[in-house]
Design a protein around this ligand. Structure first.
Ligand code: AMP
Length: 280
């Protein structure tokens, strides 16, 4: 497995790589969720590339950036074991040798939920994803449904800017108790970890209501919020029901939607979502 940290080295390697090239962008601290993205890429590609880069410009809170885990040696072992061909792991100065002046803004899709509560976050995400696409030059790139709004933002960027990369969405990998795998789960205390599966329970309650014919988003939200309220450790930032393409909140559920939540548990912010559709 090649491990490259310089853009110039990557371009040399890329020129010889067999296509199709499947690409999994990550911030490292790899877990089975990332593993599923890598496996999907491996199954469909002649060459698989992973990037490991904790992107400073997508963090709206410096403390969150500072404490983000960076176990690079473990991540490289993880990639090797999954049959990855090359890892691109640049330092920040390689990606941002001078203050960034050009940014990608995806409007509308970013108006609510994560975009509302993390100002500048998606600008940082869309910008680094486009930069990585320009460097890695993948044929396909794999993103988790765990970050459903991010997936919608990337899909829209690629469409609107004619980026020749196919975007593949991959279902969320969960712990046996339902908690979505996340690099941030390692910050949870044992008590917080024990409470955390209630987020997915609340989303599942919402999905069940929708599947059984409830079309009022506020009724569905009330049921899910009542479940979240039963855990005093939770501080709910939002719980929203939105359409999957534009991520606009809906009042009447008439087609496929995403039920998404952001919840603080102590100093850790967790997000999760489920996709669901009303029965016909
Ligand atoms: P991150 O390293 O957190 O930026 O995530 C890198 C990619 O892995 C993103 O496309 C995420 O959506 C995806 N991902 C993170 N957690 C999961 C999960 N539990 N299941 C599936 N994909 C995930």
């Amino acid at each position: 497995m090649q491990v490259l940290s310089r853009i110039a080295e990557w371009r040399t390697w890329r020129a010889e790589a067999r296509r199709p090239l499947g690409f999994v962008p990550t911030m490292g601290a790899l877990h089975a969720g990332h593993g599923r993205l890598i496996d999907e890429a491996r199954a469909a590609s002649a060459t698989v590339a992973v990037s490991v880069f904790v992107n400073p410009i997508q963090f709206n809170q410096p403390a969150d950036f500072e404490r983000y885990p960076r176990p690079l040696a473990d991540d490289l072992d993880f990639c090797r074991a999954r049959g990855v061909d090359a890892v691109f792991a640049p330092i920040a100065d390689e990606m941002y040798p001078q203050p960034q002046a050009a940014f990608v803004e995806v409007s509308r899709v970013t108006d609510h939920m994560e975009g509302r509560f993390r100002p500048g976050h998606f600008r940082g995400v869309a910008t680094v994803v486009l930069k990585l696409f320009q460097i890695v030059e993948p044929d396909r790139a794999y993103f988790g449904e765990k970050d459903a709004q991010q997936l919608a933002v990337v899909r829209r960027m690629v469409r609107d800017l004619n980026v020749p990369v196919e975007i593949v969405g991959v279902p969320t990998v969960r712990e046996p108790d339902g908690l979505a795998l996340s690099s941030r789960n390692r910050h949870l205390s044992p008590e917080e970890r024990a409470a955390a599966p209630r987020i997915y329970e609340a989303l599942s309650i919402a999905a069940a209501r929708i599947a059984s014919g409830e079309f009022s988003a506020s009724a569905v939200k009330s049921a899910a919020l009542a479940h979240l309220a039963s855990e005093p450790r939770f501080k709910v930032e939002y719980l929203e029901i939105a359409d999957e393409q534009e991520m606009q909140p809906v009042e009447r559920i008439a087609g496929p939607v995403c039920v998404a939540a952001a919840v603080w548990l102590g100093s850790t912010r967790l997000i999760d979502n489920v996709r669901c559709a009303p029965s016909r």
